[in-house]
Design a protein around this ligand. Sequence first.
Ligand SMILES: Cc1cc2nc3c(=O)[nH]c(=O)nc-3n(C[C@H](O)[C@H](O)[C@H](O)COP(=O)(O)OP(=O)(O)OC[C@H]3O[C@@H](n4cnc5c(N)ncnc54)[C@H](O)[C@@H]3O)c2cc1C
Length: 502
Amino acid sequence: MGVLIVGAGPTGMVAGLVLAANGVACRVLERRAQPGTSSRALGLQARSMELLAGLGLTGEIERIAYRLPGASMMRGDTELSRFTWVPPQSPYPYTYVLPQSGLEAVLRDRLRAAGVEIEAGAQVQTVTQGETAVEVALADGREMTAEWLIGADGSRSRVREELGIELAGRETGETYYLADIVLDERPPFQDSAMWLGPAGPFMLMRLPGADELWRIFADMTDMESLAERPGPGVAELQALLGERGPGRLRITEVQWTSIYRTRVGLATGYRRDRAFLAGDAAHVFPPFGGQGMNLGIQDAVGLAWRLAGVEHGAPVDLLAAYETERRPVAAATIRDVESRRRLYALRNPVARTLRDALLRYGSRVPGAARQASLQNSQLDVGYRRGRRRLLTRGPQSGDRAPDAALAEGTVHDRLGVDHFTLLVFAPASSAGKRPGARHSVAGPVEVRIDDETDPTGAVRDAYGLRRGGYVLIRPDGYVAYRGRDGAAARRLATCAEAGQTV
Ligand SMILES: Cc1cc2nc3c(=O)[nH]c(=O)nc-3n(C[C@H](O)[C@H](O)[C@H](O)COP(=O)(O)OP(=O)(O)OC[C@H]3O[C@@H](n4cnc5c(N)ncnc54)[C@H](O)[C@@H]3O)c2cc1C
């Protein structure tokens, strides 16, 4: 019976791909008859790219995205400061800019290649749960049954409503114009910039492609008559560009516009029995820092590998950690985005002067820039339980598995959403095996780390294991075990002790 996924946005499709990679049957139900074409979210962060690498998608994404290395803070045509992303220890140390519709096309093609068709025009109306199955009824009268259900149906989630889960939150009172426009020439900054004027933030970001398309993001909260308008036109956007952005440029075409009213909300729970929420169905917040779609992708991987484990025989308590791990990450992201929103929305001139000085200072202090960059890339997300053990070098259980160069490729090349990976650090008694794809989470792919595979010692340094030991890495790239007991690590990989430690 497998898994029913409601919603073919980035979250639902990534969940489908992870299940398919694990050989688990799934169906993706999508209300719309045709795929959406609006650009909406524009950035994939480093952590999402690492996970999409486990699905073999990053080559295709890099072909259509560009690498954004930083952003400028501007006044008129003058750059006041430049925030450079400090490349974190990741194979993908940038924000990868591409329109959401472009990413969705990549995911759709890959799903089809994996044998999963999206059922278009399938609008879920009701969800009913039984002991061993969950049933949905569609608007066209069809009924479908599965063992598990993923509600990835966006911020106004019908699944969430049907499960009786509240989205605790509120409207925060700002209104923004979003528009994708063509400019007659390049602006005086590299790819992304923000102006923090008395009317709130105004941002410009280049979209990939040859047609010089730019996204405008303008705070319009102070414009009282906005409610009656259908959306911004060329003349109004041109006036905004002149008054609040780089003055002299001309808009030659407007391709897409939207009015966005800010709200924040977090589902009070991520699960009801056999049904789960993921992505915007579980959390909504404004797009500062480009976090929303990325959280959804990571929810999808975090949930789908666990469902696959259970489908392959692991105890159902493997599923409990989905909510306990992912919901606090969304709560922390909402807190961070909220503090940015408040900071950017300041109107008082004295407060604005102080804020601008603080931001400029932050862009020049390497420690602050590095911390901001780690947070924005979502590389700092982890699920450690308990305190950090002092005097312990290397990652601990729950930390993201660091990457490091092997003689051939890197550690991350050996990870994948369809298997645990066991790094066996020499000297160790067990014979190593070369990695190969698995279709269940039943046993780990083993990678031996010794003088031959790790000639520079980079992996042993990154994992703090110079004198032998084992590191078990979960399908979503987090450390499940680090220590000297190989048998315990292998047992964990079968998820037999899932409820306690994985
Ligand atoms: C105008 C706009 C601009 C945005 N800009 C940014 C940005 O700049 N940066 C950023 O990070 N994020 C941005 N976002 C947010 C980003 O688009 C979301 O975080 C992202 O789309 C979440 O993906 P998802 O798959 O969880 O949900 P969605 O992309 O919303 O996908 C949900 C899918 O479920 C389908 N569906 C809904 N109900 C049903 C049903 N009953 N039955 C079947 N299918 C159903 C929908 O048709 C949709 O395809 C923006 C959002 C909007 C609306």
